[in-house]
Ligand binder design. Structure first.
Ligand code: NI
Length: 197
């Protein structure tokens, strides 16, 4: 089922999400709906808070980024088959050179800004079968995870911008929270309480 995507301004996006276990009710259906919602909106990642659930779950399919102009040859190889469910993820280390990449977010339509983050992460997470993994990710794969991981920590990429950049986009963010934005997908706005196609 395609779910409405929660827009900037909803407190659920600022909340640190809670861990879940295999007894979580309806998890398979929820994950299937998150894939469907993400693909419908042409996203490469979607975190549960973005559909209004404050739990530590996100899904990623990085394949559309495989041919991005910023993708290195190794990004290209990794991203082509980078499709995963991440449950209870924990970044246990961030290292490598900082690099800058223009991020966007399905909860913040029409805004893209350069964000600087370390290029390598070590991540512990469970997959959809609650099997535990510990893996290192780098390049754009790491970048997508860092962005989605921030969502389950209650952080948005706009929180990471310089004070000047924040001031420059403040008005546009307020408009999004009021529902004054056009998106190709259905969104849920906290302030206006109206739903749009
Ligand atoms: Ni996002």
């Amino acid at each position: 089922m395609i779910l409405p995507i929660v827009a900037y301004g909803d407190p659920v996006l600022k909340r640190k999400a809670r861990a879940i276990d295999s007894s979580y009710d309806g998890l398979d259906v929820l994950i299937a709906s998150m894939w469907e919602t993400m693909y419908h909106a042409h996203g490469v990642g979607l975190a549960a808070p973005q559909i209004g659930k404050s739990i530590r779950l996100f899904v990623i399919d990085g394949s559309p980024f495989a041919d991005d102009e910023d993708a290195s040859p190794s990004d290209h190889i990794v991203l082509k088959s980078f499709k995963k469910v991440f449950i209870n993820a924990e970044i246990i280390a961030e290292q490598g050179d900082d690099f800058s990449f223009a991020e966007g977010c399905l909860s913040i339509p029409d805004i893209r800004e350069e964000v600087t983050r370390p290029s390598v992460i070590r991540l512990r997470y469970q997959d959809e079968h609650f099997e535990l993994h510990e893996e290192e990710f780098s390049g754009l794969a790491a970048r997508i995870i860092q962005h989605e991981y921030d969502h389950i920590e209650g952080v948005l990429f706009t929180d990471k911008l310089s004070p000047l950049k924040k001031r420059l986009i403040k008005g546009r963010l307020e408009k999004i929270s009021r529902g004054q934005v056009e998106a190709e997908y259905r969104m849920k706005f906290h302030l206006s309480k109206l739903k749009r196609k």
